[in-house]
Design a binder for this molecule. Structure first.
Ligand SMILES: C[S@@+](CC[C@H](N)C(=O)[O-])C[C@H]1O[C@@H](n2cnc3c(N)ncnc32)[C@H](O)[C@@H]1O
Length: 243
């Protein structure tokens, strides 16, 4: 049984994701009832508007966001992730799209990015902060590699704020997802059991107000936040503070 509390979070995430890539894209859409696609698009919108020429996509996984960034901007995109198996799948997607010249995928950790300060015009990160030990320090590291004025945007799951919808969400994440996992196989059963409690635990500890404050402390300004699909997802965006 995979339990997060006793493990280093990086190792935990690698174990969780190493068995998922093959059906990840299909199931991520199915299990979010097609909302993941909408949420990604909303996150990428805020970066497209900034017209970047270089973008870093952190926790890029199977490169879904990186591909969308390359399609919707003229930028060169680097996707970085700690799980090699996810990156391999991502590389196949990049080749299928004919985007090898525009997207590079590299192995590495969000907490220690292998890039100098102010390298990128823009940065995106998706479903990352629940997997790091210190979200505030990780945010500071993400902001470090963005040039002053550069766009930063994120996507994460969220707990619906309205009690009735929160009840339905709770049932779906605690009963529906594990039940689906029983059908989809051992790796997806793990994810099905892990995901709901992981989202709840994250927001018990880190409220939206805390997160906005952490973005500001990391050197990000002009911050916006938008709950998606009655609060099942959250998109945030901002700008690396000048100077
Ligand atoms: C739910 S997947 C999201 C993948 C992709 N962004 C998407 O939207 O489909 C989360 C990804 O975060 C990666 N990850 C987890 N912790 C990380 C860390 N500390 N640094 C870099 N990547 C990390 C995992 O390997 C996994 O590929």
């Amino acid at each position: 049984m995979l339990t997060r509390s006793r493990q280093d979070p990086t190792r935990f995430a690698q174990k969780l994701f190493q068995g998922l890539p093959q059906r990840y894209d299909l199931l991520a859409e199915a299990l979010s009832f097609g909302q993941n696609r909408r949420w990604r698009r909303a996150m990428v919108d805020s970066v497209v508007d900034a017209g970047p020429t270089t973008v870093l996509d952190v926790a890029t996984g199977t490169a879904g966001v990186a591909v969308q960034l390359a399609r919707r901007t003229d930028a060169h995109v680097i996707g970085i992730d700690i799980t090699e198996a996810m990156l391999h799948r991502g590389l196949a997607a990049v080749r299928r799209e004919g985007l090898e010249e525009r997207i590079a995928l590299v192995s590495g950790q969000a907490e220690q990015l292998p890039f100098p300060d102010a390298t990128f015009d823009a940065l995106t990160f998706t479903y990352l902060l629940r997997y790091v030990a210190d979200p505030a320090a990780t945010l500071a590291e993400l902001a470090r590699v963005v040039r002053p004025g550069g766009a930063i945007a994120s996507l994460e799951f969220h707990v619906p704020p309205r009690p009735l919808l929160r009840g339905a969400w709770w049932l779906y994440t605690r009963v529906g997802l594990p039940a689906f996992g029983v059908l989809a196989g051992r790796e997806w059963y793990r994810v099905g059991r892990f995901l709901g409690p992981s989202i709840t635990a994250h927001y018990d500890r880190y409220s939206d107000a805390w997160t906005i404050d952490a973005w500001q402390r990391a050197g990000i300004s002009d911050i916006g936040i938008r709950l998606m699909s009655v609060g099942g997802g959250v998109v945030m965006w901002g700008r690396r503070t000048d100077g």
